[in-house]
Design a protein around this ligand. Structure first.
Ligand code: ADP
Length: 480
């Protein structure tokens, strides 16, 4: 049986900051179902929610970093409702902070994750190098393939690098290379990378993994079509025969639903009323709720075009609910916008909750009529899939995974231009169909969609087998 180690910065439900955590928490379970033995390793950040887990200290590693030996405790448990082994690496110096918010990509963080990469390599060695594949995720794990090559040579596992979001690349000082025990002159890719003065961890992962993938076919096409002259673009283009897109999926067990395709009308209305009460919105049945749940990232999530249309949503007789946190300027802007509109209309038409709250998120998904995702780019996106599952019709920009999962006019509304005007035109369509048979038909089609990870897990299995073959072609042996 193929044995795989997934390494990442987060894994739901233990450490969840964004969609990456969801994916790392659900993919291994789906892999298990298709006959892949998957383990997961993440740093043991203080934010880890471990109350409901039985944990035990499995071993202690000695990890060399910056010419010093560090002790790292390996705590073991299982992912919920599965046989997937989860390893949490404990070291107070490196992992004593972090895990609280989306990573800021500061030099300090680069060191934290360079150290993590070194720990992953030591863990692989301490488990008698029994993994066939090490599956790296995002820049946090970018040095793992190099380290495996250097430390295990021909007996190393194959490596995969998954790009969940290319806008976070993890740049740091070239000194990190020697800190982890690599030598720049031994790897042309390292020498080339640091010629501009810094080290790019994601690019290292892309250059040195046996195979690379990203999280939707359309995002893969978009990345290859990018014509900028950045080093990372050149690298991806050069490796495009080793690069593909595999859509993320959902673990529906994490999203209990209180209604089905036959009784959603009444039940969703009850939940909507409860949500309005909870948020103090005193809603009205004839008023649609548009919502958005997101990291407040102005570079990605379309906050500028969203803020342009919120007054129109209210002006047209709708309510708007935002749950999100992140960029402080945008947190303040949305709070001000809500105050202004609520005063103007003499009712609470806009609710803004600046927190990360999975329970409230769930109630918003279930109680909303429409769900907005006006992203500038979206590698895959999970919120549209969750929204569909709860019968909140997605309105999204036709990019990346949004384009791959939403069927225009059948399970939602897609718009092309990145503009408030284009977003508003789609929102207008929502008002036109609200409470009509056409609306019910779309909701019912949404409720029937299946984005479970099963299909994608099979594709990952094929990818792992391909990577093992590539490694074998390079070194001559396969050991599973
Ligand atoms: P990204 O990975 O770019 O943050 P995704 O759409 O892939 O975006 O995944 C976001 C995940 O995080 C979803 O499960 C979404 O419900 C959740 N989420 C985002 N913001 C919040 C919040 N403020 N409170 C609760 N859940 C949130």
């Amino acid at each position: 049986m193929l044995k795989v180690l997934l390494c990442a910065s987060e894994v739901a439900p233990v450490i969840k900051i964004g969609g990456l955590g969801d994916v790392v928490g659900s993919l291994p379970k789906a892999l298990e179902a298709v006959g892949v033995d998957a383990d997961v390793v993440v740093p043991f950040f203080p934010t880890a929610k471990i109350e409901n887990f039985h944990m035990y200290k499995s071993r202690t590693l000695r990890v060399m970093y910056d010419a010093m030996s560090h002790e790292v405790e390996v705590w073991a448990t299982k992912l919920p409702a599965s046989n997937v082994d989860l390893y949490l690496l404990k070291n107070d110096l490196f992992f004593g902070t972090g895990g609280k918010e989306a990573f800021l990509n500061t030099p300090n963080e680069t060191q934290i994750f360079a150290f993590f990469d070194k720990c992953v390599c030591e863990l692989v060695k301490s488990r008698f190098n029994t993994y066939d594949v090490v599956h790296c995720n995002d820049w946090h794990t970018g040095l793992v393939p190099h380290l495996l090559s250097d430390e295990l040579g021909a007996s190393r596992p194959a490596s995969i690098m998954t790009i969940h979001n290319i806008s976070y690349q993890g740049t740091g000082a070239p000194s990190v290379i020697t800190d982890v025990g690599l030598t720049a002159t031994a790897h042309k890719s390292l020498e080339w990378d640091i010629s501009d003065g810094d080290l790019n961890l994601l690019m290292q992962g892309i250059m040195s993994a046996d195979f690379i993938n990203t999280v939707s076919p359309s995002y893969a096409d978009e990345l290859i079509a990018q014509t900028d002259s950045s080093q990372i673009s050149q690298v991806l283009t050069a490796r495009k025969d080793r690069f593909l897109g595999i859509l993320n999926g959902l673990d529906y067990r994490a999203f209990p639903r209180e209604f089905s395709v036959t009784d959603w009308q009444q039940k969703k209305q009850i939940i909507k009323t409860e949500l309005e009460d909870e948020l103090g919105m005193f809603g009205d049945k004839d008023r649609p709720i548009f919502s958005m749940i997101s990291r407040l990232d102005p570079n990605q999530k379309g906050l500028d075009i969203l803020s342009e249309v919120v007054p129109d949503i209210v002006g047209l007789g709708g309510d708007f609910v935002l749950l999100g946190s992140g960029d402080k300027t945008w947190e303040a802007k949305f709070t001000e916008l809500a105050d202004k509109l609520n005063r103007k209309h003499g009712r609470k038409a806009v609710s803004v909750s600046l927190l990360f709250d999975a329970g409230l998120a769930n109630r918003i998904y279930q109680g909303s009529d429409f769900f907005l995702i006006p992203s500038k780019f979206e590698p895959c996106g999970l919120t549209q899939m969750i929204a569909m599952w709860y019968g909140a019709v997605p309105v999204a920009r036709a990019v990346g995974g949004l384009k791959d999962t939403i069927k225009q006019g059948r399970t939602g509304f897609l718009f092309e231009d990145y503009s408030g005007q284009a977003l508003l035109a789609s929102i207008q369509k929502c008002f036109n169909i609200y409470k009509s048979p056409a609306h019910s038909a779309i909701v019912e089609e949404c409720l029937k969609q299946d984005f479970s990870f099963d299909k994608s897990a099979k594709l990952y299995k094929e990818l792992y087998e391909k990577a093992v073959q590539i490694r074998k072609d390079a070194y001559g042996t396969v050991h599973f």
